[in-house]
Design a protein around this ligand. Structure first.
Ligand SMILES: *Cc1c(COP(=O)(O)O)cnc(C)c1O
Length: 425
């Protein structure tokens, strides 16, 4: 009897398994990753790639940072979870570290980004009723068109993306959507005395690194303060050195509370890709609305996550990742702007620090097949660099922040080659 099984690649086998047994809620680029170190990842066939997605900026510190592996192993062998029914020996030290670093009075620990957003919404509503005097059940949160804050029912209730929202109603009420980067629209929305908060991303990452005017953040903060409305910065993707400073919404040295967000949401790089850890930061006057029994999470504040997050933040400081992101970001955009000059279909490069995107004009190949951002990402993959296409015409480039200038220039060479091949296809 001949063998009935075909000889197939390891990659194809892994893809087939996910297709067969996994829910199809993602459409991954066809590459099967097996290991990672620093800025590189390797597929199951042993091919090496530059990682220019960094798990949506969760691995700012690079894959498997040895310091994170070490504390994770140590803490795993010591204690991982106590629940908040008891105190643990790490949480308080972690909370102090983060509060001192970011300049806030208090931290509320959760696990995922979406949970941090949900926590902030609950905090803002309760603050609205108890401190601002909004009548019961009337609190409103202002958000922006094109936002991405996560995937829960309440969060997709404020989404303007039909794919995220469609089919999931009925939705949570109490949101008003205004255009992004539009201070006049914000001023008008804030006139409503029932508004308790403005929730905004300093750069809209999922929209395609949609970058607002330089004065949008400071002026939006001032507008909110003037109306006694909480300014909540969703820094889940932009925070922790990604855009060349600790937080994208405010300069590192700005300590005047009147010029800073009332609440900051962190997740992703807070734990360097090792373990889900998220946090809401706020000052006492706001965070005090939470009292025992009003909010919580079984895993939130666990010693494992707390220990890892402390180390992840220490790495960002010790390795000066903000400064590296700022410096290399300029080089990256300079290199990419050459491609804008050389190729008519490369429209624009935008971003801050090492959170950038290239916008291309999709077209059809001579045989009629589509040539979109997806096809360009396949070329990048073949040439050894992984990046994420979005909306058909946008490619996000966000390498781990531990990348060196030499490596960045090599990666720019791969992008230039792939863009050239795309132009000839
Ligand atoms: C990723 C992200 C979230 C959601 O985080 P999860 O951990 O995936 O729930 C929220 N806001 C922004 C800006 C994000 O980029």
């Amino acid at each position: 009897m001949p063998q009935l099984t075909r000889s197939r690649s390891k990659s194809q086998d892994a893809i087939d398994l996910e297709e067969r047994y996994g829910a199809h809620n993602y459409h991954p680029l066809p590459v099967v990753l097996d290991s990672g170190k620093g800025i590189f990842v390797w597929d199951v066939e042993g091919k090496r790639y530059y990682d220019f997605l960094s798990a949506y900026s969760a691995v700012n510190q690079g894959h498997c940072h040895p310091r994170l592996v070490k504390v994770m192993q140590e803490q795993a062998a010591r204690m991982t979870l106590t629940s908040r029914a008891f105190y643990n020996s790490v949480l308080g030290e972690y909370e102090r570290t983060v509060c001192e670093l970011f300049g806030y009075d208090k931290l509320l620990p959760m696990n995922t980004g979406a949970e941090a957003v949900e926590t902030a919404l609950k905090m803002a509503r309760k603050w609205g009723y108890e401190r601002k005097g909004i009548p019961a059940g009337k609190a409103k949160v202002v958000v922006c068109e094109g936002n991405f804050h996560g995937r829960t029912i309440t969060i997709v209730s404020m989404s303007t993306d039909p794919e995220s929202q469609g089919g999931f109603g009925p939705f949570t009420p109490g949101f008003e959507v205004i255009p992004y980067d539009d201070l006049a629209a914000l001023d008008k929305a804030l006139e409503d005395p029932h508004v308790c908060a403005f929730l905004v991303e300093p750069i809209q990452g999922e929209r395609g690194v949609f970058t607002p005017s330089d004065d949008y953040m400071p002026k939006a903060i001032a507008a909110c303060k003037a109306r006694n409305v909480l300014f909540i910065a969703d820094e889940i993707q932009t925070g922790i050195a990604r855009t060349g400073r600790l937080l994208c919404s405010v300069p590192d040295n700005e300590r005047d509370p009147a010029k800073r967000p009332d609440a900051v949401l962190l997740a992703k790089a807070l734990s360097g890709g090792m373990y889900p850890v998220s946090a809401v930061l706020a000052n006492d006057g706001v965070m005090e609305v939470f009292t025992p029994g009003t909010h919580g999470s079984t895993y939130g504040g666990n010693p494992m996550g707390a220990r890892i997050a402390m180390e992840a933040l220490a790495i960002v400081q010790d390795e000066k990742l903000s400064a590296n992101a700022e410096r290399l970001g300029h080089i990256f955009r300079e290199e990419m702007n050459r491609l804008v000059e050389q190729h008519a279909f490369v429209k624009l490069v935008r971003g801050r620090g090492l959170l950038n995107a290239m916008i291309i004009e999709p077209r059809e190949a001579t045989d009629g097949s589509p040539l979109t951002a997806w096809e360009l990402c396949l070329l990048l993959r073949d040439n050894g660099l992984l990046a994420k296409p979005t909306h058909g015409d946008i490619i996000r480039f966000a390498p781990p922040l531990v990348i060196t200038e030499e490596q960045l220039r090599e990666a720019c060479g791969i992008i230039a080659l792939s863009v050239k091949q795309f132009g000839q296809a």
